[in-house]
Design a protein around this ligand. Structure first.
Ligand code: BG6
Length: 480
């Protein structure tokens, strides 16, 4: 096993909306995550995405619901100890996000909330003290709720403008502390969860598909504008963005299935194509025209896209899928992939996410071929598992095996010629699940004693994987 490079970013990734809690502290506004309840015991099927204003009103009126992301793991208050523990575990980089609602509670304020600004200054300062490189996502599935309910989410150009006020301020404030930036989390997941990613209430819309693509266009323009702004501000900043990778293999070698998988991947890769190359690929323009979807371009959008191309591409990788004739990315708008996506050669987690380390090597090669020379960051990779705390630890050999196999795949991809700058497993420490709002879908190397209803001591316990990961980092991957 070749050693990983000395400057490799070894770390962990979390997000404000799933970790911080403190939903109503220090002037924070309500975000869409604060109205998503825990779905009870319908494991994996408890997809709590929201599709209408009426649904939000009903959720807010229901006194019996639990909203796990409101309390998260209380990282807002415990970040000092949590970061120290992650640092002890060897992490030299940690990815987290900034909650828009801490800085601009409704998104429309002219001036930011000073307490929110200070909180992140302290957080990044603590990382620096510990020798941890912050990798910061500006938008991770979190926006002021009123921008959704009163302004129509990302389909409305005003929301793009509000976001730029927030993002430019963030770059101005923290550029001395943060060098690695990701504008959007998993920008390509917009098709799977328009509420979480785009702030769209699809049942209230006449033409949801058109609104989804308009909103995506606004995010792509915002992405480029922020990258351009950061680059002009300080040329030492690494301005990147992120996609969700779900490599699609053809279900069979039947030419129709092979073509369907190619087209599925084209729909998914369109996001990185725009962010890396600065223009829409012709295949997507043709696909949109076929569907009768017309995107409204504002003057200057084309120039912005061309001028704001990213310095590095980050992606999350959890699974691969299979696709056959008649299947389109637009039909797969769910986090729990149905059986038609199953690969008979792979095992899956309890939530149906198929485990495929070879797929990670494959994905790295695809990006390298498509975007030669572009540095790649694995911004998320991990195993959701119903861990059991026994005594003072969790014997999570299954997680060790998962990360070991994926790290070996990365090493193989680097030997293939791919340029990988870091590995940030999801989630270092257990946090609330994005898709199901469960606490029991755990990913961390550190166990957090809280259940799906936010009950428990909140105590942190390093799992067996914690020591294993620390040793991997210490040996720069040589002991894999
Ligand atoms: C990605 C997201 O989808 O995967 C994270 O960027 C999320 O926010 C992670 O938590 C794992 O998904 P889940 O739904 O199992 O938490």
């Amino acid at each position: 096993m070749a050693k990983f490079p000395a400057e490799f970013l070894w770390g962990a990734a979390i997000a404000a909306n799933q970790a911080e809690g403190a939903w109503d502290v220090a002037g924070k506004g309500l975000s869409q995550d604060d109205v998503v309840p825990y779905g009870g015991d319908a494991r994996g099927k408890a997809l709590q995405t929201i599709r209408s204003r009426a649904q939000i009103d009903a959720l807010l009126a229901d006194q019996n619901l639990v909203f796990p992301k409101r309390s998260g793991i209380d990282f807002y208050h415990t970040y000092g100890e949590d970061l120290a523990l992650l640092s002890e575990g060897g992490c030299n980089a940690i990815r987290t996000s900034i909650a828009w609602t801490r800085l601009f509670p409704t998104g429309m304020e002219a001036e930011p909330n000073p307490e929110g600004v200070e909180y992140y200054r302290n957080l990044f300062g603590r990382m620096r003290e510990l020798g941890i490189e912050p990798v910061v996502t500006i938008s991770h599935y979190e926006m002021p709720l009123t921008l959704i309910t009163e302004h129509g989410g990302w389909a409305n150009r005003e929301v793009l403008e509000a976001f730029l006020r927030f993002a430019y301020l963030v770059l101005d404030e923290y550029r001395d502390q943060v060098k690695y930036w990701l504008v959007f989390n998993q920008i390509s997941s917009a098709l799977m969860d328009p509420f979480l990613a785009l702030g769209l209430l699809t049942e209230d819309l006449d033409q949801p598909e058109a609104a989804i693509y308009q909103a995506i266009h606004h995010q792509l323009v915002a992405n480029a504008a922020v990258v351009r702004y950061g680059r002009q501000l300080d040329s030492s900043l690494h301005m990147g963005s992120m996609v969700l990778d779900q490599t699609a293999y053809p279900r069979t070698s039947r030419p129709e299935d092979v073509l369907a998988a190619l087209q599925y991947n084209q729909q998914a890769l369109f996001f990185s194509d725009v962010m890396v190359r600065g223009a829409y690929p012709s295949t997507i323009l043709a696909d949109l025209a076929r569907r009768g979807i017309e995107i409204e371009w504002a003057p200057g959008d084309r120039e912005t896209l061309a001028e704001g191309t990213i310095d590095y591409l980050a992606f999350s990788y959890y699974m691969s899928i299979v696709v056959g004739e008649g299947m389109s990315l637009l039909d797969a708008n769910t986090w729990s992939m149905g059986e038609e996506f199953n690969n008979p050669y792979l095992k899956a987690t309890e939530w149906g996410w198929q485990i495929d380390p070879v797929g990670l090597r494959y994905a790295l090669n695809v990006y390298t071929d498509r975007y030669p020379g572009l540095p790649l960051l694995i911004a998320e990779n991990g195993l959701g598992y119903r861990d059991q705390l026994v005594g003072e630890t969790v014997e999570d050999d299954y997680r060790i095996e998962f990360h070991r196999d994926h790290l070996r795949a990365i090493s193989d991809a680097m030997a293939d010629g791919c340029s990988v700058i870091g590995y940030l497993p999801w989630s270092g420490i257990d946090i609330v699940s994005a898709s199901t709002s469960e606490m029991s879908k755990r990913y961390g190397f550190i166990y957090v004693d809280l259940d799906d209803f936010g009950q428990g001591s909140g105590r942190r316990w390093p799992k067996k994987s914690f020591g294993w990961y620390r040793d991997v980092i210490r040996s720069q991957g040589e002991n894999l």
